[in-house]
Unconditional design. Structure first.
Length: 98
């Protein structure tokens, strides 16, 4: 677990995960920047992006997350069954190799 994209990338230098789940809106490096960096370093690593937008404005992050390379996008509140199914699907089809 990491509290922002910078910390996630640091953690990945020690051990690359099988899959990344990231929020879009985070302090420091946001989820979109993290997704772009993950795609540069690990093109086949599965990524799930999650967002509820911002309370002060209506923002649709789904197209941006897809453009940046997210495999899946989920709106908050996320149903755990849906998240679990997406994780299983992505891990089953993943051909990620370190």
């Amino acid at each position: 677990m990491a509290e922002d994209g910078f910390k996630a990338l640091l953690c990945m230098k020690e051990k690359v995960p099988d899959l990344i789940i990231t929020d879009i809106i985070m302090d420091g490096m946001d989820g979109l920047a993290l997704i772009r960096e993950v795609r540069n370093q690990y093109p086949n690593l599965p990524v799930i992006a999650i967002s509820g937008g911002q309370p002060t404005r209506s923002v649709n992050f789904k197209p941006r997350a897809a453009k940046d390379g997210a495999d899946e996008f989920m709106e908050k509140p996320v149903r755990l069954d849906d998240l679990f199914n997406s994780i299983q699907l992505l891990l089953n089809r993943s051909n990620f190799a370190e």
